[in-house]
Write a protein that binds this ligand. Structure first.
Ligand SMILES: *Cc1c(COP(=O)(O)O)cnc(C)c1O
Length: 420
């Protein structure tokens, strides 16, 4: 009888099974099958590199969907976490904590807004943003009770709660989970005319990812976000930017919206905000919007806890220097240039901004999943999305040489590794 994974690893060699085999077998027995991971069992990680349970090293080109923007175990962030672990980790909002004020002040300043509502997961930030927009609609805009609507984009990804999947257009995310939350109207992403035509007197918000991440790193037309900004202002509708994946230096900017010179009314943040240590998300807006919440109307036991906000304050201080944004912009230019050189050599198109690239692979060569597996064998971790698109979003601490190596491996994998 083996008690721990470590014990079973010790006996692995005798059965001819690798540590990877054993870990996957154990995980499969007791884990809800809501993911289909690559057969790589991560054990430790530093910077842009992950080591598996059999000692193989991989260049992480996914960065946990941009939650690891600052690298695995970034020393500045882990130091802040360690320091706070020795002081206090959780108080609940029933009391004040001396960590909440500094975090909310720093994040407000970074975003150029008045206030922060701290939450935990990204989906919670989206849910909170929806609640705030509806309450703002009822109290400020004067929308009759229960009639508020929110305009969203087709092919969005905003998380996994019932209300959020209610306005997903992905049947895999949605089917079987009804009844659905009403009050959402989807328009094609990038179609500002459709946004304008869909807004009515009961519209409280337009909720968008500035760049659609899960959909395949889809860029909007150049005039889309500026036009949505103008439409929202003209119709007294809140523009809510879900920057959970696109924000916090990923695209070369603090917020992807900056690329188009657009300032939304509400930012939704998450993922990298927790420094790859804790879940930490936030709704950030001015007082005329977030001020609609009164005590008891919304909350979260762990939201804004001292450990998360100590880490978050450090993350915001790191972003305030602009160093990661510049790095993402410079290295991103290199990544995109090198990836575009593969167009015609198995790659059909490359999209994105900064260290964020969606690579459409010729489906005749194989699926994105097959290519992800081939790249894992070559020591590179990426994730496919939507059939034959690969997403490159490495930690921003990646080096130029590592980027070159990753793209070289992609070229080799496209040339040699796929069934044809
Ligand atoms: C990941 C993501 C979310 C959901 O975040 P979770 O922390 O997984 O709940 C919401 N919006 C966008 C754009 C995301 O990429």
């Amino acid at each position: 009888m083996l008690n721990t994974v470590t014990d079973s690893f010790a006996d692995a060699a005798t059965d001819g099974l690798t540590n990877t085999d054993l870990a996957i077998e154990l995980e499969a027995k007791h884990t809800a099958r809501n993911y289909a991971p690559l057969p790589v069992v991560a054990h430790s990680a530093t910077g842009a590199w992950i080591t598996d349970v059999d000692g193989r090293r991989y260049l992480d080109c996914l960065a946990a969907y941009s939650a690891v923007n600052f690298g695995h175990r970034n020393p500045t962030i882990t130091a802040a976490a360690h320091a706070q672990l020795d002081i206090m980790t959780l108080a609940s909002r029933a009391f004040h904590s001396d960590r909440l004020g500094p975090f909310n002040e720093a994040l407000s300043r970074l975003a150029g807004k008045d206030m922060v509502l701290p939450m935990n997961s990204g989906a919670e930030a989206v849910e909170s943003g929806i609640k705030v927009a509806r309450k703002w609609g009822a109290e400020v805009k004067g929308v009759p009770a229960g009639l508020a609507n929110i305009v969203v984009a087709e092919n969005n990804f905003h998380g996994r709660t019932i209300s959020i999947v209610s306005f997903s257009s992905d049947p895999v995310a949605r089917d079987g989970f009804g009844p659905y939350t009403p009050g959402f109207r989807a328009v094609p992403f990038g179609d500002a005319d459709a946004v304008a035509a869909t807004i009515d007197e009961n519209t409280v918000a337009v909720l968008l990812e500035p760049i659609q991440g899960e959909a395949g790193i889809i860029m909007p037309p150049e005039d889309f976000l500026p036009r949505v900004r103008r439409i929202c202002t003209d119709h007294n509708v809140l523009m809510i930017a879900d920057e959970i994946q696109s924000g916090l230096a990923r695209t070369g900017y603090t917020f992807a919206c900056e690329h188009w010179g657009v300032v939304p009314d509400v930012y939704l943040l998450g993922k990298a905000l927790g420094g790859a240590v804790v879940p930490l998300s936030a709704v950030v807006a001015d007082a005329d919007v977030l001020g609609v919440l009164n005590p008891g109307e919304h909350g979260s036991t762990f939201g804004g806890n001292p450990l998360a906000t100590a880490i978050g304050t450090t993350v915001v201080e790191m972003l305030a220097t602009g160093e990661f944004q510049s790095r993402s912009k410079e290295l991103g230019a290199r990544l995109h240039e090198r990836l575009r050189a593969l167009i015609g050599r198995g790659v059909l198109a490359v999209r994105g901004l900064g260290l964020w690239a969606g690579v459409d692979v010729d489906p005749a060569l194989g699926t994105g999943k097959q290519l992800s597996l081939a790249l894992a064998d070559r020591g590179i971790l990426v994730k496919d999305t939507h059939g034959s698109t690969l997403r490159f979003a490495p930690p921003i601490v990646i080096t130029a040489e590592e980027i070159d190596w990753a793209v070289d491996q992609l070229a080799e994998a496209l040339a040699h590794d796929l069934p044809r």
